[in-house]
Design a protein around this ligand. Structure first.
Ligand SMILES: [Zn+2]
Length: 237
């Protein structure tokens, strides 16, 4: 009787193991790349390269305006993707310093930056993929995103006096050709505004993404690890 119970239990365990690995392989249609999940591992990486430190952007650049779309339902998913009331955002020190220079230069013209998104924890990229599964719109978790590396930022230009956005022809996360950098069938003013953003971001070391006028990233972004550390944890530094 005892052995029978043990045998039955083992079979049950094997079945559970089998079904859970099957479920996992069905759920994950990609291979997870190497991700830094632990805060201590991240700290160690920062010790080796101080430019890897994640900086809360307003701490370095207080005049920035945030419109963190994934911390609200005002995004293309119409879903809250970050913890509710997330009011902070991060970039690696190298990217944050470059952004500070952009802001400084814009301020001389009475302009400034509005941030839609910067660092995005890897688990959120997986959540996007689960819901969309289309590389035209979201990053494939097999590769991760520059946002996961803290080396990509989504932004636009605003007037400092009233925080009004410059006309860029489309809103943020507009996944049509009109949002492409090479799309030129747009009013002169829009082309001029897009060129202003592109030239000033490139001047300070960022690269533009062809398909999204709002997305900029560091050329060496791959050297920064993909992170899956919550905003709150980074804020405690
Ligand atoms: Zn982006």
């Amino acid at each position: 009787m005892f052995y029978k119970v043990i045998k039955g239990f083992l079979i049950f365990q094997i079945l559970i193991l089998f079904s859970s690995t099957t479920a996992l392989s069905q759920k994950l249609s990609y291979t997870r790349p190497e991700i830094t999940n632990s805060f201590s591992a991240y700290k160690k990486q920062c010790k080796e390269d101080t430019l890897k430190r994640m900086v809360e952007l307003k701490k370095l650049i207080p005049s920035l305006v945030y419109d963190l779309r994934y911390a609200s339902t005002h995004n293309f998913m119409n879903r809250l993707m970050y913890p509710q009331n997330t009011k902070i955002t991060f970039l690696r020190l190298s990217a944050a310093k470059a952004l500070q220079q952009v802001q400084e230069e814009l301020s001389k013209q009475g302009l400034g930056l509005k941030i839609f998104d910067a660092y995005r924890p890897y688990s959120v990229t997986e959540k996007f993929w689960e819901l969309v599964k289309d590389e035209r719109y979201v990053a494939n978790p097999a590769k991760g995103s520059g946002h996961n590396r803290g080396a990509a930022v989504d932004l636009t230009i605003i007037h400092l006096t009233n925080a009004a956005e410059l006309n860029m022809g489309t809103g943020f996360d507009n996944f049509t050709d009109t949002a492409h950098q090479t799309f030129t069938k747009l009013p002169e003013e829009v082309l001029k505004n897009r060129l202003l953003l592109k030239s000033i971001m490139e001047k300070h070391g960022f690269l533009a993404l062809e398909t999204e006028w709002w997305h900029y990233y560091l050329p060496d972004s791959k050297k920064y690890e993909l992170l899956n550390i919550p905003f709150k944890k980074l804020a405690k530094e």
